[in-house]
Design a protein around this ligand. Structure first.
Ligand code: DON
Length: 318
């Protein structure tokens, strides 16, 4: 299939997505559902959904695109955006913005780098962001949920309490990192409280269709497209949206960020629930979900689907 110009691609999208849906199913069985959070291990593995939302307001989806799944690390994107909106550039005093080249839950760099995590998307950096937000908001989980409910227009959107509990009961490594950062003076609140907030945050559930909608502001110069008749909202400053996309491109897939940039070339954020969201600035957003993960914790079918979509539409960063 030849590359399509963005303006011409919308009419071809249904056929492209159907073909990707068919082709992706050949990869079932190549990855493993995350099991280090016990409740996630119970998710039926052979599921696949993809949803596309374009900046003109049109939407497309196939497969299990309306099934809710555990966002996990994709929530780090929303937490980071909320922190950027509420404390601004001050946050860079406590977290870096360089790729780590290490696993999402690695702690080796923390010691040599004096408790300052490399970026806001690895677990250590996300914990610092949650610490910043815990200081800023008396009821953080509701502040975050409020923003997500508004972006998805879904007042029922929530976290899965069983998954949050399951992660909290087994969050030994994240706890270790939080206490370690506290020993360097880079953690303000009680790590136990921040971990409660972090685990609820990670257990937030939404579907691909909702995720594509919720991230629209990143493809649309910071503007969220309202669907309730009210004027579109400048959810994030346009320059900040561009910066968030840069961070997603360089750090959104952890130690696979280079591979994702090579294969897909779009800003992404992945999660161990099997979701990946990709941003095509000026064009739209793509959310994909398939729970089977590769060794680096990224969705096997999700990465395949995004690669195919980019090949067939020409939606590439470069
Ligand atoms: O903190 C954790 O380990 C999980 N709540 C999230 C990890 C995750 O999704 C990494 N992404 N691929």
């Amino acid at each position: 299939m030849q590359n399509l110009m963005p303006a011409a691609s919308a009419s071809a999208l249904p056929a492209i997505l159907d073909q990707i849906h068919t082709d992706a199913q050949a990869l079932f069985g190549q990855g493993r559902v995350a099991s280090y959070i016990p409740a996630l291990a119970e998710v039926p593995p052979r599921q696949f959904g993809i949803a596309v939302a374009l900046v003109d307001g049109s939407t497309f989806s196939v497969g299990d695109a309306h099934t809710s799944f555990s966002l996990q690390s994709i929530t780090k994107l929303f937490a980071f955006v909320l922190a950027l909106k509420s404390v601004g550039d001050e946050l860079w005093q406590r977290v870096g913005r360089e790729p780590s080249g290490a696993a999402f839950n690695s702690m080796v760099q923390l010691e040599t780098e004096k408790g300052i995590p490399r970026n806001p998307f690895i677990n250590a950096g996300a914990l610092v962001i949650t610490d910043i937000l815990t200081t800023r908001y008396a009821h953080l989980d509701y502040a975050l949920l409020g923003a997500l409910r508004r972006l998805t227009d879904d007042p029922e959107l929530s976290w899965n309490a069983r998954i949050a509990r399951s992660e909290r009961d087994t969050a030994h490594r994240n706890m270790a990192m939080a206490y370690f950062m506290k020993s360097y003076g880079n953690f303000v609140n009680d790590p136990e409280l921040v971990l409660d907030n972090y685990c609820r945050q990670c257990a937030t559930e939404m579907s691909c269709a909702q995720l594509a909608q919720a991230t629209m502001f990143l493809a649309n110069n910071g503007r969220d497209l309202r669907r309730d008749g009210s004027p579109d909202e400048q959810f994030l400053a346009a320059d900040d949206a561009r910066r968030v996309n840069a961070l997603m491109l360089t750090c959104g897939a952890y130690d696979a960020a280079g591979d994702f940039a090579y294969r897909i070339g779009l800003p992404v954020k992945t999660g161990v629930g099997g979701g990946i969201v990709a941003i095509a600035p000026g064009i739209g957003t793509v959310a994909v979900w398939a729970p089977e993960l590769d060794a680096k914790g990224n969705s096997v079918l999700g990465a395949f689907a995004l690669e195919q979509l980019v090949l067939r539409t020409g939606w590439n960063h470069g």
